[in-house]
Every structure is written in structure tokens, then in C-alpha cells.
Design a protein around this ligand. Structure first.
Ligand SMILES: *Cc1c(COP(=O)(O)O)cnc(C)c1O
Length: 422
């Protein structure tokens, strides 16, 4: 597909877009004059599917009418409720349904996975993370290191880009992993990186880490629903993500975990346990001995918040309908179009720090404004765009293939162009 700088090009791209009708399935935030904002923040908080309020309402009505009996007799019985989400969730992240469960929230889940998969032993105690990891991830890892009585200064290896570069080179990640060798206990990367938008190939990194006898896991908060992941095929040990970014489950929405099947019945992997991880047949017999469900469900602690689960489910139904391959296909073209438009503005005012290679990025582009001129961002926002500014000098934008149009992208471009020229 070739692009040009005219609005007609955007119209034409929308006209032939096979996913164009999905925009109608979402609530777009509106301005005072009733026109929709140019919403480019789906990487931070996805928009609300129109079906979500009805899905939640169903549970409220069943609770009104059935009370505790809703566990068995609600339209969607609450007892097995999480199971209704599993298959669609597993497809989004490329895993078997037995390897995935929706539970808790992201940082909580990261801690739970670290309990199971960061098992420092003698000199094998090092963790590789990114130097510019999402702060919550870094706090989680640091505190786990300390919780084991170890010193983060000694145990954390931070991957930094080379001087003058922003993105990590795969060969440098590999070299660090090999250098740690037998001291490496865990590799844990935020993937896709929230700041640069860089995606690291999970197959390669998993192979490099496992070759050193290390565990490997990913925080896929910015990849789930964005990249067509293959968690099972990569062979990584675990992954966590939130469902409120690309997956539209609402503010503070529930997270998900992936635990590779090879760990499910391995007694050497310790776990924090609660009754929802116990064998479903005997859960209510209130026995003393914990008998784990032989799937990722064993990591569940509590009976889940049904209203929050309903929101995740409503969004997953849309993903199930569209499928990640079709989404990813549109996403690559939509982002390539944005890249083309931004590049036309000239590198002396803005440049894109996200990798150019479509295999190394998802929907997001991080646009660096020269001389850190935040006024450019402020003027873009004044023109009806919702995006975000990350210090010192980056505007993050994510055209989301489910609900953003090519005309949205075009309007973002004209707002940016006018903001630079004014
Ligand atoms: C969004 C995000 C978080 C947020 O964590 P919560 O526990 O959901 O508040 C953490 N880590 C990464 C990498 C994120 O992108």
C-alpha cells in the first residue's frame, strides 16, 4: 500500500478497511461541541465497548434476583465464571486455555509469578530487567530480591541502550544473558516497552535465557491485544499483563497470567495458594490439604470480582470475533501510515524513536520533539487529540486498529503539523 499526504488517501484507506465497522462498537470520548476526540491513548486506557454496560448489568440483575444462588443459577453462573473468559484470553496471547487465567491485577500477578519463578539459589541470583522498565515492574523485582535477603545492587542487571541510542539491540540482550551465564536466575522484560514501543522477540530471548538455565518471563501489558503473541510457542516460563490497555477492560481492570504447561504439575515450583486454586470437585468440602488444579488456575487465590470479570469478557468477545491476525494486519498498516505522515514533517522537528521494523513494534509510536518543546504537545492537545507526554521529550500515540480510523491518524498528523508551525 502506498500512501500520500492528502485527506483523500485517508478516506480511501478507511473505505477499504475490513475492520472499519468495529469503531461503532465503542464509546468514543466527545468534546464540548459533540465531536469525538482523536483518541490516541488506547495503549494507556482502552475505550469502553458499547456491550460492556449490558454485560455488567446482567450480573447486577442476577445478584438482585438470586442472591447467593447466582453462583449456580445466574445466566452466567459465578462459580465457574472465570472459565468463560479463558479460551478467548488464551487466543489473544497465543497460549493453550490450560495455561491462562484472568485474575487479580497486573503488579499483584507479577509478584505472584516472581514467587514461583524467581528462585535465587547460591550464586544463581541475578535478574535481567530493562534500565527503563515500567516503574512498578522495577519496584516489584527489587522488592522480591530484598525479600530473599539479597541486595538489588548486586542482583539486578539493567539493560541499557548504547550511548546515543534509545532502543535495545537484540545482540546486546543476548550478550548480557550469556555474560551472566550460570548466575542468571531470571530474565523479566516489559514487552512491548511502554516508553519506546519496542517489541523484543520472545522466542529469541526465551531461547537465550533457557540456554543459560535461567527462567524467563514477560510483562506483556503493552503487547496483549496489540501484538500477535505466541506465548506457548516461545517456551517462556510465565507472562503477566493487564486487560485495560489494548484489551479495553476498564480502569483498574483485571489482569491475566500465563504459566507454561511444563510447570503445572511440578512440585518444585512453589506458589502462593488460596481456595480458588484448589480442585473444583472438593473446593467446598473445606479440607485441610491443598490439592492444586493441574492448570494455571492453581495460581488463583480468591473467588473473582464478577463485575470486573464481566467487563473483561465483554471486550474479549470482540477480540474473539476479529482475531489477532486480522487486527495485527490492520495495526501494521495503520501505524505505517502514521509513521509516513510524521516522517514527512522533517527530522529537524520530530523524530520517531520506536523501531522502524514492523516486527519490532506494535501500534504505538513514540515521537520525540526536538529541543524538548512541550508546547508542541500542548498545542496538539488543544486541537482535540488525546495522547500522552513522557518526560523529557516524547509524545506517545497509539492508533488502535479496533476503533481508530485512518482519518483519526490524518487528523493527528494535521494537529501535529499545525502545532509545529504555529
Ligand atoms: C500499565 C503497566 C503497569 C501498571 O500496573 P498495575 O498493577 O496495573 O497498576 C505495570 N507494568 C507495566 C509494564 C505496564 O505497562
Amino acid at each position: 500500500m502506498s500512501f500520500d499526504l492528502t485527506i483523500e488517501c485517508a478516506h480511501q484507506l478507511d473505505h477499504v478497511d475490513p475492520l472499519a465497522m468495529y469503531r461503532e462498537r465503542f464509546h468514543l470520548p466527545v468534546r464540548a461541541d459533540g465531536s469525538p476526540y482523536i483518541y490516541m491513548c488506547g495503549n494507556s486506557l482502552g475505550l469502553q465497548p458499547r456491550s460492556t454496560s449490558e454485560q455488567i448489568q446482567q450480573e447486577l440483575v442476577d445478584w438482585q434476583q438470586l442472591g447467593v444462588e447466582g453462583h449456580f443459577h445466574a445466566k452466567n453462573p459465578w462459580l465457574p465464571y472465570h472459565e468463560f473468559l479463558t479460551e478467548a484470553m488464551a487466543k489473544v496471547v497465543g497460549a493453550g486455555p490450560h495455561e491462562v487465567v484472568v485474575m487479580n491485577t497486573l503488579t499483584v500477578n507479577l509478584h505472584m509469578m516472581l514467587v514461583s519463578f524467581y528462585r535465587p539459589n547460591g550464586t544463581r541470583n541475578k535478574v535481567i530487567i530493562e534500565a527503563d522498565a515500567f516503574p512498578s515492574d522495577k519496584y516489584a523485582v527489587q522488592s522480591q530480591v530484598r525479600w530473599h535477603g539479597l541486595d538489588p545492587e548486586q542482583c539486578l542487571i539493567e539493560l541499557k541502550a548504547r550511548p546515543g541510542e534509545v532502543c535495545l539491540r537484540p545482540e546486546d540482550i543476548k550478550a548480557h544473558i550469556e555474560e551472566c551465564g550460570e548466575q542468571l536466575a531470571l530474565v523479566m522484560l516489559g514487552n512491548t516497552n511502554y516508553y519506546t514501543g519496542q517489541y523484543y522477540d520472545i522466542h529469541d530471548i526465551t531461547a537465550w535465557a533457557r540456554a543459560q538455565g535461567s527462567m524467563v518471563g514477560f510483562d506483556c501489558a503493552h503487547a496483549a491485544g496489540n501484538i500477535d503473541l505466541d506465548l506457548h510457542g516461545s517456551g517462556c516460563d510465565f507472562a503477566v499483563w493487564c486487560n485495560y490497555k489494548y484489551l479495553n477492560a476498564g480502569p483498574g481492570g483485571m489482569g491475566g497470567i500465563f504459566v507454561h504447561e511444563r510447570h503445572h504439575e511440578d512440585p518444585k515450583i512453589p506458589r502462593l495458594e488460596g481456595w480458588w486454586g484448589h480442585n473444583k470437585e472438593t473446593r467446598f468440602k473445606m479440607r485441610d490439604d491443598f490439592e492444586p488444579i493441574p492448570t494455571a488456575e492453581a495460581w488463583q487465590l480468591s473467588n473473582p470480582p464478577i463485575m470486573a470479570m464481566a467487563a473483561v469478557w465483554s471486550s474479549l468477545q470482540i477480540f474473539d470475533e476479529v482475531g489477532m491476525p486480522a487486527l495485527r494486519q490492520k495495526s501494521q498498516q495503520l501505524t505505517a501510515y502514521l509513521e509516513y505522515l510524521v516522517d514527512s514533517l522533517g527530522e529537524d522537528v520530530v523524530d520517531i524513536i520506536t523501531p522502524k521494523d514492523p516486527a519490532q513494534r506494535g501500534a504505538q509510536l513514540s515521537i520525540r520533539v526536538k529541543s524538548a518543546n512541550k508546547e508542541v504537545y500542548d498545542r496538539v492537545i488543544d486541537r482535540g487529540v488525546i495522547a500522552d507526554w513522557r518526560e523529557p521529550d516524547v509524545i506517545r500515540v497509539a492508533p488502535v486498529p479496533l476503533y481508530n480510523s485512518y482519518q483519526d491518524v490524518y487528523q493527528l498528523y494535521t494537529a501535529l503539523r499545525d502545532a509545529i508551525r504555529s
